[in-house]
Design a protein around this ligand. Structure first.
Ligand SMILES: CC(C)(COP(=O)(O)OP(=O)(O)OC[C@H]1O[C@@H](n2cnc3c(N)ncnc32)[C@H](O)[C@@H]1OP(=O)(O)O)[C@@H](O)C(=O)NCCC(=O)NCCS
Length: 178
């Protein structure tokens, strides 16, 4: 399992639920990892709309107590249904290529799985496909901006969770995950 590549003691990163106390250090990690294009992303428009950051489901990687990476989930609405938007996902450049990004995604999916529903993400298919993410049929779900359809993917956390999922992604109103 990917998550097992990250040991949870000593000089290895520990994965924990994200806390507000991690925020300042994670801002630095996100800025370093994404560079100046960070806020230009289409999925960032949805987060700016007020999509709720699910600290309980998001995971931070700590090394020596300090955050070096995160995988965040936000509550969104897709049409009239609730779903989770994955991102930002980032690992500090000094700690990349060692399995931490994959471990963060795996831990985040496992945190969300008991709640059912679906996760959507805009990302690299080669990175996300091993977790079960697949391309969303073109035009079925729309974001408030341009997105390469090959990079716009979904993952069911429960059987049938994708069956009715269609429409525009917005910050959630009163939607319920199925
Ligand atoms: C994406 C990211 C979180 C991966 O972190 P990581 O700790 O290096 O991830 P892992 O070690 O688990 O996996 C790395 C592998 O994922 C794959 N991968 C990573 N980014 C990829 C991308 N953009 N496209 C395709 N494959 C990618 C590669 O196969 C890579 O292998 P390598 O280490 O031999 O180069 C990190 O590169 C990062 O912070 N990037 C900048 C922010 C970003 O693009 N986030 C993703 C947006 S959805």
């Amino acid at each position: 399992m990917l998550a097992e590549r990250v040991v949870t003691a000593g000089s290895k990163p520990v994965l924990v639920p994200e806390s507000p106390a991690h925020a300042p250090a994670l801002e630095r990690v996100l800025n370093r990892a994404f560079g100046p294009g960070r806020f230009a992303k289409t999925s960032e428009r949805v987060r700016e709309e007020g999509a709720r950051h699910r600290l309980d489901l998001s995971r931070a990687a700590l090394l020596g107590g300090g955050p070096i990476g995160c995988c965040r989930l936000h509550d969104v609405a897709v049409g009239d249904s609730a779903a989770l938007l994955l991102g930002p996902l980032a690992v500090d450049p000094d700690h990349q290529h060692d399995g931490l990004g994959a471990a963060l995604v795996a831990a985040t999916i496992e945190a969300a799985r008991p709640g059912g529903g679906a996760i959507i993400v805009v990302g690299a298919p080669a990175f996300f496909a091993p977790f079960g993410f697949a391309a969303i049929p073109k035009g079925r779900i729309t974001l408030p901006g341009p997105v390469d359809p090959a990079r716009f993917m979904w993952l069911a956390l429960a059987e049938g969770a994708l069956d009715q999922l269609a429409g525009a992604v917005t910050a959630p109103r009163a939607a319920t995950r199925t």
